[in-house]
Ligand binder design. Structure first.
Ligand code: NAI
Length: 341
């Protein structure tokens, strides 16, 4: 990211499906909060393949490398055959090893009676997402789960560093090392070594299936949670379900030099173009981006506007049980931002 004359230069990937709708909503909200951004708009995904012959053009990767910060809409990945996940390629290409998802019931739309305030650190570069899949013989396939000490250690360090900085009290490592003794065993060993460097933060281990149940029944016991790629993918969606669903949970992918902010949800082809996508997850992701930029005052104002807007329960999109469209939601949030000036 570069900042010239109070203006940030940030890469924008509008994405597929509802991506353009929700990223455009986030841009309007940032503008209303007084943040001036010179967006460098680039393509990735199915649309880019038609235009550039590649789902991840070099220009896109270079733009993110140069600006070091991006806001991204979701990208469609074909199921079964077709091209490889562009999200996975992007994370590998830029070594965005930490996927961070704060899950909070602070917006007041939690479906849980217990308070939820946890942050998920999902390893982003390996595990069963390594793309190493083979058909060994007709009717027999194999997908390789790759776990390394290096990747496990750095995601653990990200989680503990974050917990330390934000005065958090506990880190849970999630695993299935009782069955995958080598791979998940190495993950656990690596996290334990990092945990030992942070004696003021309590450290617990939990098997992934029990974690899923505990998180539904007693989410308040979780604070900072560190997981491998696949468990992280599943558990973070489960956690999102506790606080209102995919439409309200933000996310970010961090490397050492680059950060990409994006909501947890996908391109939602079932509602794309209907004008009913919930833009809040992308607005909250762009709010994480503001905090990353040190624009905490603007981020606080947007957060307060969201809480105020939601407390009225006047305009909610269908995923939250309402009948409002994306535009009404954005206009409603902007109205509150102006009120909080
Ligand atoms: P999805 O998250 O797109 O949709 C799941 C359900 O949640 C759908 O019913 C959808 O309508 C709803 N939903 C999602 N976001 C919403 C929003 N903002 N407002 C209201 N409702 C919302 O997951 P799905 O269907 O599994 O994936 C669709 C495509 O998205 C796939 O190609 C998948 O690979 C891709 N995907 C991309 C991601 C990314 O780019 N980071 C993340 C997850 C999936």
């Amino acid at each position: 990211m570069t900042k010239k004359e109070n203006m940030y230069k940030i890469t924008l990937i509008p994405g597929d499906g509802i991506g353009p709708e929700v990223t455009s909503a986030a841009r309007k909200v940032l503008q209303a909060a007084g943040i001036v951004i010179d967006w460098e708009i680039v393509d990735a995904g199915a649309g880019a393949a038609e235009k550039y012959g590649s789902t991840l053009p070099d220009e896109t990767v270079e733009s993110i490398r140069k600006n070091r910060i991006a806001l991204k809409g979701p990208l469609t990945t074909p199921i079964g055959g077709g091209f490889k996940s562009v999200n996975v390629s992007l994370r590998k290409e830029l070594d965005l090893y930490a996927n961070v998802r704060p899950v909070r019931s602070a917006l007041g739309i939690s479906f849980q009676h217990n308070p939820v305030d946890l942050v998920i650190f999902r390893e982003n570069t390996e595990d069963l997402y390594s793309g190493l899949e083979y058909e060994i013989a007709p009717g027999v396939t194999q997908s390789l789960k790759v776990i390394t000490e290096k990747a496990s250690t750095r995601i653990a360090r990200s989680a503990f560093e974050w917990a330390n900085k934000h005065n958090r009290k506990m880190v849970h490592a999630v695993h299935k090392a009782n069955i995958m003794k080598k791979s998940d065993g190495l993950f656990l060993e690596s996290v334990r070594r990092v945990a030992a460097e942070y004696p003021d933060i309590a450290y617990k281990e939990i098997i992934v299936d029990n974690c899923a149940m505990q998180m539904v029944m007693h989410p308040e016991q979780f604070d900072t949670v560190v997981l491998g790629n696949l468990y992280g993918d599943i558990i973070s969606d489960l956690a999102a379900g506790l606080v209102g669903g995919l439409g309200v949970v933000p996310g970010a992918n961090f490397g050492d030099d680059v950060a990409i902010f994006e909501s947890v949800h996908g391109s939602a082809p079932d509602i794309a173009g209907k004008g009913i996508a919930n833009p809040m997850a992308t607005i909250l992701s762009s709010n994480m981006m503001l905090r990353h930029l040190g624009e905490n005052k603007a981020a606080d104002r947007i957060q307060a506007a969201l809480v105020l807007f939601l407390s009225e329960k006047k305009y909610l999109t269908p995923d939250l049980g309402g009948k409002a469209g994306t535009t009404e939601v954005v206009e409603g949030i902007i109205e509150k931002i102006k009120l909080l000036r």
